[in-house]
Design a binder for this molecule. Structure first.
Ligand SMILES: Nc1ncnc2c1ncn2[C@@H]1O[C@H](COP(=O)(O)OP(=O)(O)O)[C@@H](O)[C@H]1O
Ligand SMILES: [Mg+2]
Length: 326
């Protein structure tokens, strides 16, 4: 682990103008060529974290403090013009619902051409040829013919392939994918994940994959960041974190995960309690109100990230070096 990180997020805090934190002190780093999965229930701050890293935060949400570095370059201070140079060029982006990210009245091939011509010096003819190659590269059948189709003429899986072709068109160093397979059928999901993995390997891309699906995480992630209530609960190498989760929240997520090995009656088990709403004054761990192991300390004081080793940490007072022991 000596390579310089591709992307470093340092104590990032995002929130509303009145100070309500929505993403609160999040830190992680992505190594080149690796996949980092950000996982957590709906409302945990995954999408906002990604939007900050793409320069696409909603107007109501501010980047209050902390920093993010892409190949050492600080992102927080970038101007809108600098963001436009990065988006689609060094950072490729894929969202959950391609129907809303594709232009419905523009042929899909032209949309790929537009990305290419926006960032790269290409003649219309070169861009068209490259766009057909890219559509072929994401396994769109008959790419020359599909080029002229409109988004509504493609299946959901094919639209997502077009989005991936657009995201990768300018050879980015980083791919940010927010729930890229959530809107798709399970079989199509597997195909899209496989496509992303192939492209990643071929191009040596770093990937940030946002998902609420631990099955997806197990398939593709090298490193996992578990978020809840805008904070990181636990993070570490995927194999270790999934086989021996340290944080009660991760343990709950893994129990809630549907499994073919589990009897049907157990399949729909969920973590009890409602996802906490963001609030301005919240002491302690955001998961404490739903945590079966919570101690009085857990509602009073926010646990720091206790390090298990150089790569693995858990923000829980029950951690062996936390205040919940001894
Ligand atoms: N534009 C916005 N204005 C105000 N609050 C927002 C906005 N977008 C998201 N939030 C709030 O921020 C929190 C995190 O949202 P989000 O990052 O979308 O979660 P996730 O992607 O993990 O489901 C939620 O409580 C959500 O209601
Ligand atoms: Mg989201």
């Amino acid at each position: 682990m000596s390579a310089a990180p591709l992307l470093q997020v340092q104590q990032m805090q995002l929130g509303l103008a009145d100070g309500t934190p929505l993403v609160d002190g999040v830190s992680w780093s992505l190594q080149p060529g690796q996949t980092l999965a950000v996982v957590g229930e709906s409302g945990s701050g995954k999408s906002l974290s990604a939007m900050a890293l793409m320069g696409l935060l909603p107007a109501a949400v501010h980047w209050h403090s902390g920093q993010a570095l892409l190949q050492g370059q600080p992102l927080r201070e970038l101007s809108p013009a600098q963001w436009r140079q990065l988006q689609g060029r060094r950072i490729g982006m894929v969202f959950q619902e391609p129907m809303t990210s594709l232009n419905p009245v523009m042929r899909v091939g032209e949309q790929v051409v537009e990305v290419l011509r926006c960032h790269l010096a290409m003649t219309p003819r070169q861009a068209r040829e490259r766009a057909v190659e890219l559509l072929e590269g994401v396994q769109i059948p008959e790419p020359g013919r599909r080029f002229a189709h409109y988004p509504h003429q493609l299946s959901g899986g094919q639209r997502q392939r077009v989005m991936i072709a657009m995201a990768l068109a300018c050879d980015p160093v980083l791919l940010l994918a927010d729930e890229p397979t959530t809107a798709l059928d399970v079989t199509v999901q597997a195909d899209i994940l496989q496509l992303m993995a192939e492209q990643q390997k071929r191009r040596g891309l770093g990937v940030v994959l946002i998902t609420h699906d631990l099955g997806v995480v197990a398939q593709v992630a090298d490193h996992v960041v578990v978020m809840y209530g805008g904070q990181v609960m636990e993070q570490g190498p995927a194999a270790q974190l999934l086989s021996a989760p340290g944080h009660p929240y991760t343990q709950g997520l893994l129990r809630a995960r549907p499994s073919a090995h589990r009897p049907r009656s157990e399949r729909l088990q969920e973590i009890p309690g409602l996802v906490a709403a963001p609030s301005r004054q919240r002491a302690g761990c955001p998961f404490a109100p739903r945590c079966a192991s919570a101690l009085p300390l857990c509602t009073q004081q926010r646990p720091p990230a206790f390090e298990l080793d150089a790569q693995r940490s858990s923000s829980c007072w029950l951690h062996p070096s936390g205040g919940g022991h001894g």
